[in-house]
Design a protein around this ligand. Sequence first.
Ligand code: NI
Length: 627
Amino acid sequence: MAAPSVTTNPLEPLTGDEIVAAVAAVREARDLGERVRFVSVELREPSKDALAGGRPPREAFLVVLTNRDGMTHEAVVSLDEGRLVDWRDVPGVHPAIHIDEFDDAGNAIVADPRFREALAKRGIEDPDMVMVDPWSIGCFEDGDRRLARGLAWLRADLEGDNGYSRPIGGLVGVVDLNTMEVVRIDDHGLLPVPSGEGGDYRPGALSPPRTDVRAYEITQPDGPSFTLDGHQLAWQGWTLDVGFTPREGLVLHRIAHAGRPVCHRASIAELVIPYGDPNPTVAFKNAFDIGEYGLGPLVNALQLGCDCLGEIRYLDAWVNDSRGGAVHLPNAICIHEEDTGILWKHFDYRSGRTDVARARRLVVSCIATVGNYEYGFYWYLGQDGGIGFEAKLTGVLHTAGVPEGDPGPHATEVAPGVAASVHQHFFCARLDMDVDGTRNTVVEIEALPEPRSAHNPDGHAFSTDRRVLDRESAARRSVHPPLARRWRVESSERRNRLGEPTAYELIPGEGIEPMALPDSEFRRRARFLDHHLWVTPFAPDERYPAGEYPNQSPGGDGLERWTKADRPLQDEDVVLWYTFGSHHVPRLEDWPVMPVVRCGFELRPVGFFDRNPALDVPPPAAHCHPD
Ligand code: NI
């Protein structure tokens, strides 16, 4: 059965029909039975060469788990022909955990008689009010079984009460995800369940709404300044394709300015959250939210006037459920413009003349809810040629029960008996750069303060040092704010009007360092955290920094393994892997729901344009001027 594909853009994500057709082709060719999970069904993205050569074949890539033997399989389906064209076993790995499996695992724990007995010991009689968050297990258990661990909370109502305000201390259920059997219940000791008082963030729950917030409307009477044709977006000289995958969620493809390529593919390819609390109930918490779960199915349906303001265009997305069905996510991706203040300005005090242009940016965003936390993924394109990424972190702290007044040194008590552990969030951006062509060279740029000499008699001279990162071993780098260290991606082909290679620079954001020890269980699986920057030559199967299957992995995969080859990087098709993040010591102000915290980075043109590319942005509309 060939999928009724009407798609003409080869980078358009799979439609619901294509997901269903891909699953049907696998089922037709393989005797899978019922005990099977479709972990992910996604577009098999065409190579750069295939994209350049007309209409590439339309293919799906699937990860399939057969529960009876725990074997992982990778499949490729030709959607043009409606048949399975490649099938291989991947022994010794545990694929990502689908959200459906978490639902099933949580229900299995709540239904378990041992768990109910432990609840009864705590005076909890109604198991329907108990919510369980299953978590990936890391590498703290027997590696042969595919497991999840569930922590529990008590809700006061089923209408959106903040269950995290009532952690059921000391209680953990361990589930085998292949059989949905509850392996055991760990009980680390009784603690009173907190009252939950002050934990409700719903409007009016704690105080009446403030009355001094006046209306604020964005009107764009002529409509937005961008055009959206299918998944192809054009705005202020920029063109790009908006993609979506089950693992990364939002992906940007073929970002170009005035037809000149800048970045072939940009995504956040991993997001890890190591907690720093050895309390036995929560000690296992270190999550790979992208590699262990996949963000696609967790993306919110966005609403006008709430998540974005102004003239919005939305893109829907399709993901697979674990049984191979297609799930529609309406309004998954939001596209809109934002005013960001002034773009450039000068007041010529001699003549009294002022010239000013207002800045606008194009925002392409989505928000994923991973259990308690919300992650907003915001890509920005500027009129000045800049590209930015910002993560917005919000939602509810993940809590644990503690004795009142005694959270220990690794957590903040945010309400009596409710503790939130210290933790960090690390985002790894994968940037397949194509600055004016496929062949690029990465150069580290930093300030060079000069020693006092006859040329520097007053001691304030500094210049700029540049060093080519010519091999993978030389391109494992860390941020260094004292010397304004940046990484420049130079075109091997094009020169600007002063004869220098055209280039974009990666401007690092908050360069946090992992607190987990280098030989910790967590760091073994997340070796990419050893450096803020890695550079590799493009290889189609090098997609995620901790490897394809980080769930319960013993480590050793991903950037750590690939870069051992120490491949040359000069004048190559380079991929930048850049890690930034947020160091989170919970505050009282983060409770009961956390105000947004931001982190991110920029890609800034450096000699890519021959002059300020935004001179032609017209002056502000008349209503800005007093006359
Ligand atoms: Ni946090």
